[in-house]
Design a protein around this ligand. Structure first.
Ligand SMILES: NC(=O)c1ccc[n+]([C@@H]2O[C@H](COP(=O)([O-])OP(=O)(O)OC[C@H]3O[C@@H](n4cnc5c(N)ncnc54)[C@H](OP(=O)(O)O)[C@@H]3O)[C@@H](O)[C@H]2O)c1
Length: 362
């Protein structure tokens, strides 16, 4: 029986990872989660087990990835060092409006803490592997094709989230070069389940969908030829666990993305418009939007609802204005049996779910 220390188990991705890690019956998961006290920890275990549809093999330990020593008590740290064989770090703050200090604490310092633990486990001869969850969007404002071996090529970043995840990957690369057995997983935009559409996380792609579905926005700034790379959370978790179980993935960085199959903004818009049977959607370039459309919206942006729409726009619209294509050669080599599902079919299912759930009601 192997024991995996998993961070971020309660998140969108982590909850999908859990049943897959436990499925073989040969793995135990020790999930590091934030908890005020033992009662809160027990409650978090109950909720998580129910959401993930698991029971046996799941144990929780209280911690905080951005605290020194991962916030583990002395007793729990001893237990981790004695029992853990592999570490999977999925916890992060995925907010796009973080300050640099917040992003550095949540994503860079946290990864450094996890790497320190991995080094201690490796020194004790215990560490089989470290699976690091990064993001394709460490590519920042790059265009063209981005390769899996590339990290910092001097790109700019659209927000501190991207910056902090890139800094974290650089720290992971240093640790890999120093001998840690690492696999870096880079998901693109993660959406709901490909069969049910289910998600609790209605951000990024869901944001313009919501505005359009609610009739709030029919003209938005972007570029129709921009590729938008989306993957469903169930496929992502299948792929991550397949990599986790394959020693050939040690040393690899993998774009868990559609890659060249990513649809463009235009293709996505046409599909959504046809599905919702809504009015025509128009995309205008940023310059024309700023000059002609935004001034008309200014009074709306002064209202509470309008201010929320503006905040969402500032955060998410860059992802519809320009993106690179994520080369997925390593994904193809390591996961030939697991190509990502058709993005337009995924889109149909997630739009259906989101509409039925009114985009989480917010
Ligand atoms: N979602 C996407 O589209 C996407 C795309 C590419 C890459 N990724 C990466 O995938 C990973 C998982 O993202 P997600 O979508 O699952 O995010 P999420 O739903 O927001 O979940 C974040 C998880 O991290 C935990 N966490 C945050 N700060 C923590 C701390 N200080 N100590 C302990 N746990 C902490 C949260 O715990 P609580 O329950 O206590 O809040 C939660 O379990 C991240 O590394 C993210 O960068 C996500």
């Amino acid at each position: 029986m192997k024991t995996v220390l998993l961070t971020g188990a309660t998140g969108h991705v982590g909850t999908a990872l859990l049943p897959r890690l436990l499925a073989g019956g040969d793995t135990r998961v020790l999930a590091l989660v934030r908890a005020r006290d033992e009662t809160h920890l027990a409650e978090r275990r109950r909720v998580l087990a129910e959401r993930a549809g698991v029971d046996e093999g799941l144990e929780l330990v209280a911690g905080d990835v951005s605290a020194p020593g991962l916030g583990l008590s002395t007793r729990d740290r001893g237990r981790v060092l004695a029992e853990v064989d592999a570490v999977m770090h999925s916890a992060a703050s995925v907010r796009f409006d973080m300050t640099q200090d917040e992003a550095a604490a949540s994503n860079l310092a946290a990864t450094q803490q996890v790497l320190a633990l991995c080094r201690d486990l490796a020194d004790a001869g215990r560490l089989d592997r470290y699976d690091h969850v990064s993001t394709c969007y460490i590519a920042g404002d790059r265009r063209g094709t981005v390769y899996e071996h590339e990290i910092d090529v001097g790109q700019g970043f659209r927000n501190k989230y991207e910056w902090s995840k890139c800094q974290a990957e650089l720290a992971v690369r240093d640790a890999t070069q120093a001998g840690l057995p690492v696999c870096v997983h880079r998901p693109s935009i993660v959406v709901g389940d490909s069969r049910t559409g289910a998600t609790r996380s209605f951000n990024v792609l869901y944001w313009p969908l919501k505005l359009y579905a609610r009739g709030l926005w029919r003209t938005f700034p972007g570029r129709v030829d921009t590729p938008v790379d989306l993957v469903p959370v169930d496929w992502l978790a299948d792929a991550m666990v397949a990599l986790h179980r394959d020693d050939a993935s040690i040393g690899a960085t993998v774009h868990l993305a559609q890659g060249p199959a990513a649809p463009t903004v235009q293709v996505l818009m046409d599909a959504v418009q046809a599905q919702i049977d809504g009015p025509p959607l128009r995309v205008v370039d940023q310059g024309r939007y700023r000059r002609f459309v935004r001034p008309l919206l200014w009074p709306f942006f002064q209202t509470k609802r309008g201010a929320a729409v503006k905040r969402g726009g500032d955060a998410y619209l860059p992802y519809f204005t320009g993106n690179p294509v994520f080369d997925a050669t390593t994904r193809d080599e390591l996961l030939p049996q697991l190509p990502p599902p058709d993005p337009l079919e995924v889109l149909r299912v997630i739009v259906d779910f989101a509409m039925r759930r009114d985009f989480g009601g917010r």
